[in-house]
Design a protein around this ligand. Structure first.
Ligand code: FA5
Length: 338
């Protein structure tokens, strides 16, 4: 091969290689051009190098010099093209990403206000040293009534005042009913533990009450029970005041009104006021000695207090909800506010 013919091919390769690298618009096209021209195995530069052997020996120095210049030129063109493609890519990203635009927010779910309240009440009472106890929602008459000093003839046991399950006579231990108060858990805890006892229990209770602004047929109660030596009514009031102040804030007031519950003696109705009039939050009292004796505690050695508050009522008062039925309407516009 003559020197002239070699140099002509070399020039052709240079302009073709330069053009291919200049025209590559992305990394894939650039890589294809690199393999075609500079590929180590079958690139066109490699093929030309082989032809160098066919050039007459006297022309080899000149041909070799030009070949090296071509290789350097194509290497430099490749590097230049790489930088250009990279900066084009970066510029393209910059124009599509505007960090000042509002993002695509996904609507996040949240806990139901009553669940939030239950968690907060547990936390407050936990700080006062009360641990959480649990009991079944389907109860027997012993735990819902008898052990709480509510005898068979008591009007609270009227089938019309309770949700009895139609299992009477069909299952062992029945009849069963949906518990009407969390006080059932007091009995279950005392049956299983020796004093001192310091527990709360939070959960659903059921009564065939007509739904109105302050009543619902299914609602939640928080029950507290503390049994130890020398527990007094002053302790009950202190705990309820601390509880109310933690939940509502320092400007809440509580008052006791004399009342009656078969399982506490004396018994009180607990009212609270916070920003507006008094509202009944629950019942409370000193655990009746009969109840203590029935679970095997010595009433001469131990005394205790218990209370049961309506969770819907405290939550509604704190958030200014006028009607507790709103908690159960499942209107997300309402629920989103919590
Ligand atoms: C009781 O249920 C007693 N177990 C409370 C108790 C516990 C007394 C421990 C002594 C010792 P009462 O029936 O008053 O008491 O209900 C307590 C609270 O539950 C009420 O003050 C009220 O806040 C709430 N409550 C009662 N019925 C409903 C209802 N239908 N809907 C919403 N909340 C209710």
């Amino acid at each position: 091969m003559s020197l002239a013919a070699f140099l002509a091919e070399l020039d052709e390769l240079q302009s073709a290689g330069q053009r291919a690298l200049d025209e590559a618009q992305d990394a894939a096209a650039l890589e294809a051009a690199r393999v075609e021209f500079l590929g180590a195995k079958s690139g066109r530069l490699k093929a030309l190098q082989k032809q160098l052997g066919a050039v007459p020996p006297s022309d080899k120095p000149a041909a070799g010099k030009r070949f090296n210049e071509l290789k350097q030129a194509l290497d430099a063109a490749l590097e230049g093209a790489r930088q250009r493609v990279e900066s084009q890519r970066a510029a393209a990203v910059d124009t599509t990403f505007d960090p000042s635009l509002p993002g695509n927010t996904r609507p996040l779910g949240r806990l139901h206000p009553l669940t939030q309240t239950i968690q907060e009440l547990q936390e407050i009472m936990g700080r006062l040293g009360f641990s959480v106890a649990d009991g079944p929602e389907v109860e027997d008459e012993f735990h819902n009534f008898e052990a709480l000093n509510i005898p068979a003839a008591h009007p609270a046991r009227d089938p019309l005042e309770n949700f009895y399950l139609s299992t009477a006579g069909k299952v062992v231990g029945g009849p069963y009913l949906l518990r009407s108060q969390t006080s059932t858990v007091q009995i279950r805890v005392m049956e299983q533990t020796r004093p001192p006892v310091r527990v709360i229990s939070l959960g659903r209770v059921y009564r065939p009450d007509t739904a109105d602004a302050t009543h619902y047929p299914m609602f939640h109660q928080i029950e507290g029970l503390l049994v130890d030596r020398r527990v007094t009514m002053a302790d009950l009031k202190s705990v309820l005041r601390l509880f109310a102040q933690s939940y509502f804030g320092g400007d809440v007031h509580i008052r006791f009104r004399p009342s009656f519950f078969p399982f506490t003696e004396p018994s009180v109705e607990v009212d609270m006021t916070w920003h507006q009039g008094w509202i009944e939050m629950g019942g409370a009292g000193m655990v009746d000695p009969h109840v203590l004796a029935a679970v095997g505690y010595d009433p001469d050695e131990y005394t205790g207090f218990a209370f049961g508050l309506g969770v819907e009522r405290v939550c509604a008062r704190r958030h200014g909800v006028a009607d507790i039925r709103d908690f159960y309407r499942n209107d997300v516009r309402f629920l989103r506010q919590f």
